[in-house]
Design a protein around this ligand. Structure first.
Ligand SMILES: Cc1ncc(COP(=O)(O)O)c(C=O)c1O
Length: 427
């Protein structure tokens, strides 16, 4: 099982067999409140009729279309809809099937772009400590979560990392983006001084580092990173696999921060996680750079059999309609202050060391057990599921809550109460 403690799971499985709106149901029919939007992806909640119907209809109409040298209308329609949601001139979309593929696709586009521009020495890829960009070799190379890297050899050559942006002393219990930390973007200057900008292709970061346990960008940090990338002619890639499609109260976090990257990756929420899909949005100039040479020649030697799969495209179109019709991005924005207040109330629970929050996300760090890093976190996961009927994520000794954007005010109160009892029970 992926990223799972297999033996512990099999000893006491956490199985779900059905889902509707804010709830999963175990095979026995016990409801489990979804505190995680699946894996940060079921933003409109579960089993939503318009999406179900769109997938059913599509399966009967066009089950598959070859993605190399052929197309189908819904792929172009969805690309246009996504581009319209993205800021500025981010207006061309390349589809793949997951966040990991999106990360590797973005890195490959960056490398190829410099090649096509005649600057083939720009090959270095810069990521950030504690970053998560999926599990492909490109993603783990620029990623910064140690166990995801250390077992897998030397990874891609020529990568470097910015420091992560977390400092508990300076940021403890910040509501939203912490005040402290914008200066950490200046570390890019040190990396440029060491390697020279003529060797650096791209910098890739998450606007909010999710998988490591919710590290919101410090105020002003992303703007500074953008300025430095522009100054040194380095592409800036935002990994918006989690932050895309409403999680931070906007279609994309780049809108929240008023910062436009050169490439933007998405996945998860694009189909409300009902069908696998990911993608990369590129600025017009990047797209146009590739559109040279004889017209019969392939411009980008990259792609997947299932790029823009018809079922995923149908699911994506129905999902974007639902987000629009129910105003879910705006809903996340409206709920954010109430959410922040609710999760910060967990401050007084036993052993809580810090709480971080941005958009409809939160992480609660608590003291772990002596000599057993992550054990209290695991106990919390089990207790939440079996005793409280709550699905949570954990990141070491922290619990992470990221509910579907349809969550109601009373469900937020209930979720936080359940989480509080989990923290007490595992103290
Ligand atoms: C920021 C980010 N990038 C990439 C990924 C990888 O996505 P996938 O699991 O679909 O490959 C994730 C998954 O959580 C993510 O959070």
């Amino acid at each position: 099982m992926p990223f799972t403690s297999n033996r512990a799971f099999k000893a006491r499985p956490r199985m779900v067999a059905r889902a509707k709106d804010m709830y999963y149901y175990t095979p026995e029919g016990r409801p489990v409140m979804d505190g995680t939007a699946g894996l940060w992806c079921s933003n409109a909640g579960h089993g939503r009729d318009p999406i179900v119907q769109a997938i059913q209809k599509q399966a009967a109409e066009l089950d598959f279309a070859p993605s190399f040298q052929y197309g189908h209308p819904k792929a172009f329609e969805l690309a246009s809809r996504i581009a319209a949601l993205a800021p500025a001139d981010l207006d061309h979309v390349f589809f793949c099937n997951s966040g990991s593929e999106a990360a590797d696709t973005a890195l490959k586009i960056a490398l190829a772009y410099w090649n096509v521009r005649g600057k083939g020495s720009k090959t270095r890829l810069i990521g950030r400590e504690r970053g998560y960009h999926g599990v492909g070799f490109g993603g783990i190379t620029v990623g910064g979560i140690v166990p995801n890297r250390k077992f897998f050899g030397s990874l891609l050559a020529g990568a470097d990392h910015l420091p992560h942006t977390y400092n508990r002393e300076e940021q403890r219990f910040s509501v939203g983006e912490p005040e402290w930390g914008a200066h950490l973007a200046d570390e890019l200057e040190r990396i440029v001084a060491l390697h020279d900008a003529s060797t650096i292709a791209a910098v890739m970061v998450e606007p909010m580092a999710g998988s490591t346990g919710v590290l919101p960008a410090p105020k002003g940090y992303l703007k500074r990173l953008r300025e430095l990338c522009t100054k040194h002619d380095i592409l800036l890639i935002f990994d918006e696999v989690i932050t895309g499609f409403g999680r931070l109260g906007h279609a994309f976090a780049s809108e929240r921060y008023g910062v436009t990257p050169d490439l933007l990756t998405f996945a998860k929420g694009v189909t409300n996680a009902t069908a696998p899909m990911g993608g990369v949005i590129a600025r017009k100039e990047i797209h146009d750079t590739f559109m040279t040479g004889p017209a019969h020649v392939v411009e980008l030697f990259h792609g997947y059999t299932y790029s823009a799969h018809p079922l995923a495209c149908a699911a994506g179109l129905a999902t974007l309609d639902l987000y629009r019709d129910e105003g879910l991005f705006e809903r996340a924005k409206t709920l954010e202050p109430l959410w922040a207040e609710a999760v910060m109330s967990l401050k007084t629970k036993p052993g809580v060391l810090d709480i971080r929050q941005v958009g409809l996300t939160a992480a609660v760090d608590f003291e772990g057990r002596k000599d057993a890093v992550g054990k209290r976190g695991y106990d919390a996961l089990e207790h939440a599921f079996h005793e409280e009927g709550l699905m949570i994520r954990t990141a070491g000794d922290a619990i992470v809550l990221t509910p579907p954007l349809i969550v109601t005010e009373s469900q937020i109160a209930e979720m936080v109460e359940k989480a509080g009892r989990v923290i007490e029970a595992t103290a």
